[in-house]
Design a protein around this ligand. Structure first.
Ligand code: SF4
Length: 350
């Protein structure tokens, strides 16, 4: 029977060290491999010229280097670009590149589909297919980096885990991917340039905070349990009081803040009273609040409240001393904005 090859991009530094040791090699070979794996253009062990020729041949018999090739790229009028990647089992996931004046942010997916069922989200309406492997998470970053190099689009500076899926429902693989993304010999991103977003899985939030220094974003979208449970079923498991308590305890560095995402929905969570309620709820949490307009999806139940209402909501929160920003949607014309990712340009295998 043919032996299954280990995809080395599923392993962080510690994993690579264990892997080379299982082949009878010293630990430093694992570090050497890591230093090659994420260099642009490296696809084969024979390019790893500081490894002995025989060892490279051994690697070829036991391991492989996966990568995403030929993404489907859709470019938006506003400069953002959506990448569709077909996984080896045929499912399609998406990442979105959002260029800005001083940064290039990639919105990364962590699962194929999502089980959380947030009512206003197209990914949620697809249901859950499977968790992404660490390699499938980091390969999104590698492929977009390579595309940017090829088309002279600058350098990736920031990563946000706000694509398809709930990252903390895939915590083990997420942590391995974060380790590869932040290792100096890996992709070498500073933790402060990475943000992981959650709909509010409280125990996993605390685990993330203990294991990494990355930024946390919380999708809040309501200021009371009745509204939040209606929009986000996860609220029945971890109601607001518990969620906010966990935010207060989340380990943070000086000046670090939790980013609260608040999608404004006309007539549902956009009133002055709700803004006051939100201010009371977030009192004492080092926070930054992003107000987002509802993007167009097939769901006609939810509409954007319009600019005036959003400004008024922002004003009330600001009066209470919060940092509040109205975020403009990017990539709406190519269904790349928040809540719109659904792998629409392709379908999973039958
Ligand atoms: S908003 Fe996020 S957590 Fe909720 S269903 Fe969509 S992808 Fe899943």
């Amino acid at each position: 029977m043919e032996q299954e090859l280990t995809d080395l991009k599923n392993l962080d530094q510690q994993g690579l060290i264990r892997f080379v040791e299982s082949l009878g090699q010293p630990a430093f070979r694992g570090r050497q491999i890591l230093a090659w794996l994420y260099r642009p253009g490296v696809t084969d062990f024979f390019q790893m010229t500081d490894l002995a020729r025989e060892f490279r041949a051994v690697l070829g018999r036991h391991a492989r280097i996966s990568r995403f090739t030929e993404p489907v790229v859709q470019q938006s009028r506003d400069g953002s670009a959506k990448f569709g990647f077909r996984l080896e089992d045929g499912f399609v996931i998406e990442s979105v590149l959002i260029p800005d004046e001083d940064r290039n942010t990639l919105c990364v997916s962590s699962q194929a589909g999502c089980a959380m069922g947030c009512r206003f989200c197209m990914t949620g309406s697809m249901g859950f297919t499977r968790n992404l492997q660490p390699a499938e998470i980091v390969n999104q970053v590698c492929a977009v980096r390579d595309w940017m190099l090829e088309y002279d689009r600058g350098r990736l500076t920031n990563l946000v885990f706000m694509g398809m899926g709930e990252p903390l429902a895939n915590l083990k693989n997420l942590l391995t991917a974060l380790s590869i993304l932040t290792e100096q010999r890996g992709l070498d991103f500073a933790s402060r340039r990475i943000t992981v977003s959650t709909c509010g899985l409280v125990p996993q939030m605390m685990e993330l905070g203990q294991a990494t220094d990355v930024n946390l974003a919380v999708s809040l979208h309501a200021a009371d349990d009745v509204t939040r449970s209606r929009l986000m079923p996860v609220n029945d498991r971890y109601p607001l009081a518990e969620l906010i308590e966990a935010c207060k305890k989340f380990p943070m560095k000086k000046r670090q803040r939790i980013m609260f995402e608040y999608t404004m929905l006309a007539g549902i969570n956009d009133s002055d009273e709700t803004a006051e309620k939100l201010a009371r709820l977030l009192r004492g949490v080092p926070s930054k609040i992003n107000l987002l307009a509802m993007n167009a999806t097939d769901n006609e139940e939810f509409r954007s409240p319009g600019r005036e209402r959003m400004l008024r909501f922002q004003q009330i929160l600001r009066r209470h001393g919060f940092s509040v920003f109205i975020r403009h949607s990017r990539g709406e014309d190519i269904l790349a904005a928040c809540g719109q990712l659904a792998g629409r340009h392709s379908s999973p295998p039958v």
